[in-house]
Ligand binder design. Structure first.
Ligand SMILES: [Ca+2]
Ligand SMILES: [Ca+2]
Length: 371
C-alpha cells in the first residue's frame, strides 16, 4: 500500500514550511520540501492502491492554526499539532481539489496550498517531471550552483543527441535534435550539454521504462530537446529517476518518485538520496551535490573514475592532446574535456587532469571511484 501525506511545519523562527511525505510501494518513505521553493499548487494522481492524507505540525513555541477544505467545503480546522510524529487533519478521500491554509490565528490565512488530486485513470499516460541537476565538471563554485556554458560554442557541439552514437541505445529514445539557435548566447539560460533522463522500474532500478535525451541548462534545469519540460510516455505511478552524462558518473534515485510530479525534483539536494554514496560530490562553497565528474574514458560495465592503473581516465586526456607534449591543447567537443570549457588540457591553469584528482579524493592517486 502506498501512503501519501502533506506535512506542514510551522517554525516560528523561520516561518512555516510544507512538504510532501509519502510511503511508497518499495516500503520506504520520502520527505520532499515544497515551500518556499515551489509553487503553491501541487498536483497528484489518485492511485487506486494508495491512500493520501494531510498532516500539520509545528514547533512548541508556535501558535499556528490550519483550515482544510475539499472542493471549497471546510472539513477541518484547529491549532496545528505540536507533535512531529503525526498531526492528521483529514484524510484525502479521493479525487478533488483540496486547500490547506496556515495562519497565526484561526481566521487568518497567511499561506495556503492547493492540492489537486486527479483520478489516475483520467490522466493521459504522459507524466511530466520537472528536474534540476548539476554536472560537477561544469559547476561553478559558490552557493548559487550554476554551470559554465562555453561548451555549446564549440564548432562541433552535436545538434543531435550524442548517446546513440556512443552505443547507449534505448528503444524509447534516440535521435532527438536541436537547431543551432538553441545554442545562441541570447538564451537566458544557456545550454550546458546533453543529458539522458530515464524512468526506471519500481521492481528493478536497472530496468529503463522510458528515456528522454534532453538538455541541461546553466540554472540546472533539464528540458527536452525542444526546450520544454520533460514529459514521459508512461502511466501515473512510482518510478526511480536516473540522470546520465558522457563524462560523469550516473545517478539513480534510491527512492521512487510519484509521477506526474508538478514540482521540481532536485537531484543536487541531499534530501533526494541516490544509489551509491560516491556518484555525487559537493560543489565547493555550496551545500549542493553534483554528478561526479572525471569519467573521460567510458568503461565496460559499471563506470569508474581512476587516475592510475589499467584503463585510467588520465591517459585518455593525454592521448587526446597527442600523447607526447603535455602542454598541448585541443579544442572541441570531447569526452576528455572534463571541466566542460571546450578545451582539452593536461597541464596548466584549468586543466582537465585535476578534475580526476579531485573526483577521486585529491590525495591518493591510486584511488578509484565506482558508480
Ligand atoms: Ca572511466
Ligand atoms: Ca577542459
Amino acid at each position: 500500500m502506498c501512503l501519501i501525506s502533506i506535512r506542514a511545519v510551522a517554525k516560528c523562527s523561520s516561518g512555516p514550511e510544507i512538504g510532501l511525505f509519502y510511503a511508497d510501494p518499495s516500503g520506504s518513505s520520502t520527505w520532499y520540501p515544497l515551500w518556499p521553493s515551489v509553487p503553491d499548487t501541487i498536483s497528484l494522481p489518485w492511485l487506486t492502491e494508495g491512500e493520501i492524507w494531510i498532516s500539520a505540525f509545528q514547533d512548541y513555541d508556535c501558535s499556528y492554526h490550519y483550515q482544510f477544505s475539499k472542493n471549497d467545503v471546510l472539513v477541518a480546522s484547529g491549532p496545528m499539532n505540536h507533535d512531529w510524529l503525526l498531526g492528521t487533519i483529514n484524510p484525502i478521500t479521493g479525487p478533488g481539489i483540496y486547500d490547506l491554509c496556515a495562519g497565526t490565528e484561526w481566521y487568518i490565512c497567511d499561506r495556503h496550498w492547493t492540492i489537486v488530486v486527479t483520478d489516475a485513470s483520467e490522466i493521459t499516460p504522459h507524466c511530466k517531471l520537472e528536474l534540476r541537476a548539476l554536472l560537477g565538471g561544469a559547476a561553478i563554485n559558490g552557493p548559487n550552483s550554476t554551470m559554465r556554458t562555453q561548451l555549446r560554442l564549440t564548432e562541433d557541439f552535436p545538434l543531435t543527441e550524442p548517446f546513440t552514437f556512443m552505443g547507449w541505445t534505448d528503444p524509447t529514445s534516440g535521435g532527438e535534435s536541436i537547431t543551432g539557435s538553441m545554442l545562441d548566447s541570447t538564451n537566458t539560460q544557456p545550454v550546458v550539454d546533453w543529458v539522458r533522463v530515464e524512468l526506471r522500474s519500481v521492481e528493478n532500478p536497472n530496468e529503463v521504462v522510458h528515456a528522454i535525451n534532453g538538455l541541461i541548462h546553466k540554472n540546472a534545469v533539464v528540458t527536452d530537446a525542444d526546450d520544454h519540460g520533460l514529459v514521459f510516455d508512461v502511466p501515473p505511478g512510482f518510478y526511480h529517476v536516473a540522470v546520465r552524462h558522457r563524462n560523469h558518473l550516473p545517478i539513480v534515485t534510491e527512492k521512487v518518485l510519484l509521477l506526474p510530479y508538478s514540482f521540481y525534483l532536485y537531484t543536487n539536494y541531499q534530501s533526494v538520496p541516490v544509489f551509491g554514496i560516491d556518484t555525487r560530490m559537493p560543489v565547493p562553497g555550496s551545500s549542493n551535490l553534483a554528478l561526479r565528474p572525471g569519467n573521460a574514458l567510458l568503461d565496460e560495465g559499471p563506470q569508474r573514475i581512476s587516475y592510475a592503473g589499467l584503463d585510467n581516465d588520465r591517459d585518455a586526456i593525454l592521448q587526446r592532446i597527442g600523447g607526447i607534449v603535455p602542454t598541448a591543447i585541443v579544442s572541441g567537443y570531447y569526452n576528455e574535456d572534463l571541466n566542460m570549457d571546450g578545451v582539452v588540457k593536461y597541464a596548466g591553469a584549468n586543466n582537465d587532469r585535476d578534475v580526476i584528482l579531485q573526483a577521486i579524493g585529491g590525495t591518493v592517486p591510486t584511488a578509484v571511484v565506482v558508480e
